[in-house]
Design a binder for this molecule. Structure first.
Ligand code: ACO
Length: 332
């Protein structure tokens, strides 16, 4: 039986920082309000000529280096992004593959907003278990600053840019394998968080009338309530289904949207503070990149060790949600 192992992690964060103080000069807000309501102190913003693919490439290079696998062995690249380099095509995964010099690969993007990384992890697992691919490079990369309305204080305080990547490889050792992944979606809640214009569903005239019409719009407070409910239900279910206690989870790595959401889910699971991975303070919400960036943080700080169990949990536009039970299984 072929299993899928989470071999390595890498991330990239652009150097420019946008602090709460900076935002308070742009919109009617304060550092105090943002910190209390979200836990975010600052976020990183990509340079004008730095694209989602450029950040994805830098994260991927680290993940490949750390995997112990030669890049010629990578046979599929999947990118989760809601801020692709190009609106329709080529996919950001294709651009990244070319910049990395990868040949003979399958490459495509998926759109599941902040749940993107859990979705691409499930895709990698399924392809590997089906025997169709052996080494899959998965990347969550976002230049959210390109689709953020910096005159809307309800959203512009939340989002940042960055990328994270992982190598998922075939193994015959069940102890190394990703244990389980749950994914879900409900379009009934689509209007809570969307970019209403710019696609085939919108009038193209409106784009000319209103330059900012392709920006993200969010009903923050309603999204918050659905997020807490859905995330909690999802992690409780995946733990129960696999007969795993929350105390057995070494690292709970939630999507980094809001400290209050993370704390509510952590409390519901009775997690200790040291189990909960937090990066929201320094990166804000980087959508599909947030979970791999957080995993990279614990890896680079020496907290993530071989064999330790991670519980991933995400929620985002669509609406979409997902959770995963993933042992860290490096080759070296
Ligand atoms: N500064 C100061 N005041 C503000 C700001 C701000 N930046 N933003 C909103 N306010 C005001 C509102 O106008 C409102 O004022 P009023 O009472 O006079 O009407 C008041 O603060 C409360 O507004 P709420 O929207 O109820 O504030 P809330 O506590 O819900 O916090 C926030 C807003 C931070 C957006 C929160 O709702 C949140 O984090 N939501 C979830 C976001 C999320 O998880 N999204 C999903 C993933 S993202 C993705 O998929 C791309």
């Amino acid at each position: 039986m072929a299993y899928a192992a989470f071999r390595s992690i890498g991330a990239y964060v652009p150097s420019k920082i946008l602090s709460n103080e900076d935002l308070s000069k742009m919109v009617d807000t304060t550092d105090d309000w943002i910190t209390k309501r979200t836990g975010i102190k600052e976020r990183h913003i990509a340079a004008e000529n730095e694209f989602t693919s450029d950040m994805g490439v830098k994260a991927a290079q680290k993940a490949i280096e750390r995997s112990g696998i030669d890049k010629s062995q990578i046979d599929m690249v999947v990118c989760a992004t809601i801020s692709p380099d190009y609106f329709c095509m080529p996919s950001t995964a294709t651009v990244i593959s070319t910049k990395l010099g990868l040949k003979n690969i399958t490459a495509f993007d998926i759109s599941a907003a902040c749940t993107g990384f859990v979705y691409i992890l499930s895709i990698a697992k399924a392809f590997i278990e089906a025997g169709m691919k052996k080494n899959v490079l998965i990347i969550g990369a976002e230049k959210l600053s390109a689709i953020t309305d910096y005159s809307d204080r309800g959203t512009c305080i939340l989002f940042g840019d960055g990328a994270g990547a992982a190598i998922i490889s075939v193994t015959d050792n069940k102890d190394e394998a990703i244990i389980d992944i749950h994914t879900g979606a409900d379009g009934e809640f689509a209007d809570l968080l969307m970019t209403p214009n710019g696609g085939s569903g919108s009038a193209h005239d409106s784009l000319e009338q209103e330059a900012g019409s392709c920006f993200m719009q969010m009903k923050g407070n309603e999204t918050f309530k659905v997020a807490v409910k859905t995330l909690t239900k999802d992690v409780v279910e995946i733990l129960q289904d696999n007969n795993i206690q929350s105390s057995e989870v070494k690292h709970f790595v939630p999507h980094q949207a809001n400290l209050r959401i993370i704390k509510a889910v952590g409390d519901a699971l009775k997690l200790q503070d040291e189990q909960v991975v937090l990066t929201v303070e320094k990166y804000g919400n980087t959508s599909g990149a947030s979970i791999p960036m957080a995993i990279n943080d614990i890896y680079e700080s020496g907290k993530l060790k071989a064999g330790e169990l991670m519980l991933l949990d995400a929620f985002g536009g669509g609406l979409t949600w997902g959770s995963a039970l993933v042992p860290f299984s490096p080759l070296k």
